[in-house]
Design a binder for this molecule. Structure first.
Ligand code: XMP
Length: 516
């Protein structure tokens, strides 16, 4: 892989994505990872990300200086550029002048890294310190008005750096800088494609599973469907899918899954109704993390029960079904604190929420992928556009959209409001533009209304429409007023217990997409 060393800013993910867009596989590692472990990953190239620190700051994140002598191509970006300069004997100074935002830049010399980029272009900068003198043996290949050393390279030692952020879209020729580094400087080829991902996974799954039987948690969403289709491609009818109705589904969801999926994907799907089990376990619980843990635990219990049933049905001599497929994605891993040094934001039910006495070995064929990559893999596997572009729905379902206690009554209210929202968004043909639009019931909050001649005292629901590329960051989606108006009128007319419809206009960060 190409390793992106996270120096502590939010840019590492973006860099990893850009590398993958160039069809080269990349992974993020924390800067605290020892050099020996980094080398054990056999990196084809290394990118040092930007970071919030000054190289002079106390506890500034650093990497082992021997990294630059390992013969691996290295690209330093922003803080990573300054760090690279510092390690290789260049001078980093506190210029005292910040450069921020769009900055005109000139290419000054023949360069591998800036090959094919015009002489003058504009980049996105954000830095206080600056490299004042390039290390010995390095060519300075770009400059800005304020920063005479804005990019440098030492092709013999295969070390490269840029002060700006080529990974952000505001930088002109950003993707080209990254591709130049990968293809020209590091000699890599763009061969990480949906079909190569599928081939590699199919081979791995076959080798791991052998003749054993495998079950899959099908949620009806994109991730688990693609995971199931991928495993099915590898082992065919050794796979059985279970669809757990945990009582936290949206209206009609179960019927739709039963109808659409089983038929069109050719995979065996067994529905198990576990709603009593989940809702009983959730009774009286309001704390979001506790809800998630309970749902994660009950999911696994459901599957264990399903497994036992399968074994009984098969009537085989103790044949073991030891594998469980899950559609866990890369962001789930990073956000659940799987990336060391990354704070735990939420226990996604399919990662942090797993009980410790779990009886399954997990197969997670998508754990290295971002959402848009999963969609590409899905299309390549022949899944329908409709399915592949379905809006995400969290595993814990409406359970994390009832703020307060999850009761059957609260679920009924939320389900009715949610169905109206989905209907109206589809009618307005906004499905594809909107990443998703959670509808949240504030069951803990009451609000006064007036209907007919009477006072009512019901609950607010919140609309949370967001636009996003990968759910790691999101912006609130500007729904047209007339659509908002229709949704509001319909919900308050048709769902008696709802007295108010409000709009959540917060981006992520600082808020998350779901309310819990
Ligand atoms: P947040 O709320 O973390 O959501 O900004 C990011 C994306 O993940 C979905 N989500 C989940 N999906 N299990 C899932 O399968 C979970 O526990 C979970 N929590 C959030 C959320 O709907 C959004 O698309």
């Amino acid at each position: 892989p190409v390793l992106v060393v996270d120096m502590g800013a939010q840019y590492a993910q973006l860099i990893a994505r850009r590398v993958r867009e160039a069809r080269v596989y990349s992974e993020i590692v924390p800067h605290t990872m020892p050099l020996s472990e980094i080398l054990a990953k056999n990196p084809a190239a290394i990118i040092l990300s930007g970071g919030p620190s000054s190289v002079y700051a106390d506890k500034a994140p650093r990497v082992d200086a021997a990294l630059v002598d390992a013969g691996i191509p290295v690209l330093g970006i922003c803080y990573g550029f300054q760090l690279l300069a510092d390690i290789t004997g260049g001078g980093v100074g506190r210029t005292g002048e910040r450069e921020y935002g769009h900055t005109p830049t000139a290419v000054r010399a023949q360069s591998q890294l800036l090959h094919g980029i015009p002489e003058n272009f504009s980049v996105w900068m954000s830095h206080g310190d600056a490299v004042e003198t390039a290390p010995e043996g390095f060519n300075v290949c770009a400059a800005t008005q304020q920063t005479p050393v804005a990019a440098f390279e030492n092709p013999e030692r295969r070390l490269f750096g840029v002060q700006w952020h080529p990974e952000v879209r505001h930088s002109e020729y950003g993707q080209q800088v990254i591709e130049n580094f990968l293809y020209r400087c590091a000699g890599l080829s763009p061969d990480w494609t949906p079909s190569s991902i599928i081939d590699a996974q199919v081979e791995q799954i076959r080798a791991r599973v052998g003749g054993a039987r495998v079950i899959c948690a099908l949620s009806g969403g994109v991730d688990s469907s693609v995971a199931a289709a991928l495993v099915h491609r590898a082992i065919g009818d050794q796979l059985t899918c279970f669809f757990v109705d945990h009582g936290l589904l949206r209206e009609n969801e179960r019927t739709q899954v039963e109808r659409d999926y089983a038929a069109s994907m050719g995979i065996r799907v067994v529905t198990i109704d576990e709603s009593d089990r989940f809702l009983d376990a959730l009774a009286g619980v309001s704390d979001p993390e506790t809800k998630r843990k309970i749902i994660g635990r009950e999911f696994i219990r459901s599957f264990e029960a399903a497994q036992r049933r399968l074994v009984d049905e098969a009537d085989s001599e103790g044949e073991d079904i030891g594998f469980l497929v899950q559609g866990t994605l890369y962001p789930d891993i990073v956000e659940s604190g799987g990336g060391e040094g990354t704070a735990t934001i939420k226990s996604h039910h399919n990662v942090g929420g797993l009980p410790e006495d779990m009886q399954f070995e997990l197969i997670e064929p998508l754990r290295e992928l971002f959402k848009d990559e999963v969609r590409q893999v899905g299309l390549e596997l022949g899944l329908s556009e409709n399915l592949v572009w379905r809006q995400p729905f969290p595993g814990p379902g409406l359970g994390v959209r009832v703020i307060g206690e999850i009761t059957r009554e609260n679920l009924r209210i939320l389900r009715a409001a949610d169905a109206i929202v989905r209907e109206e968004l589809a009618r307005a043909e906004l499905d594809r533009d909107i990443w998703q639009c959670p509808v949240v019931l504030l069951a803990d909050v009451h609000s006064v209304g007036v209907q007919g001649d009477g006072r009512t005292y019901g609950h607010p629901v919140v609309l949370r429409p967001v636009a996003s590329e990968d759910a790691m960051t999101a912006d609130w989606y500007r729904l047209p007023y007339d659509v908002l108006g229709r949704i509001s009128t319909r919900i308050t007319n048709e769902v008696e217990e709802v007295t108010r419809v409000v709009l959540d206009c917060t981006s992520k960060p600082p808020a998350t997409i779901e309310w819990e």
